[in-house]
Write a new protein. Structure first.
Length: 157
């Protein structure tokens, strides 16, 4: 028969921290791989309009963005207050769109080119004249899949 001890104090074994650096490096590597960096620094004011019927884009890697809006406060001295076009991180003119679309197509695989979409992120206060000019230029380079970026309108019932 075994002996039972009633009054003995039991010590809790110390927690081993030898694998802690491995866990920290594994988490660090996971977050480095899975996070994405902000791709474009917006230089135009962007308040996209609301829409009730929207559809989410499937493959965001096949989307090229064109931003249209009034320049932010720090750029108004150089560019004025009229709506401007921003391609990547630079202000551009309508004639620069063809070169931008061509550069975007060169970065993609040949099979993906017909699936590419051009997304227009247009400030809600922008007049349609500049948007029509951009659309005409996109037609010239056969970029016919166009998307308008919006925010989802919240319905109050």
């Amino acid at each position: 028969m075994g002996k039972f001890r009633d009054g003995g104090k039991k010590e809790v074994p110390a927690i081993s921290t030898s694998s802690l650096p491995d866990v920290v490096y594994m988490l660090l590597f996971f977050f480095m791989v899975s996070t994405t960096m902000k791709e474009v620094d917006l230089k135009v004011k962007m308040n996209v309009p609301m829409a009730s019927e929207i559809k989410k884009l499937e493959k965001k890697s096949l989307v090229s963005y064109i931003y249209i809006g009034k320049p932010k406060e720090k750029f108004t001295k150089a560019y004025g207050t009229e709506p401007r076009i921003q391609l990547n991180d630079q202000f551009a003119d309508v004639k620069d769109i063809a070169e931008y679309i061509d550069a975007e197509r060169q970065q993609k695989d040949e099979k993906e080119i017909p699936l590419m979409t051009t997304s227009l992120k247009v400030d809600e206060d922008t007049k349609m004249g500049i948007v029509s000019d951009v659309k005409q230029e996109l037609r010239k380079v056969s970029a016919l899949k166009i998307n308008y970026s919006t925010k989802k309108k919240v319905r109050n019932n």
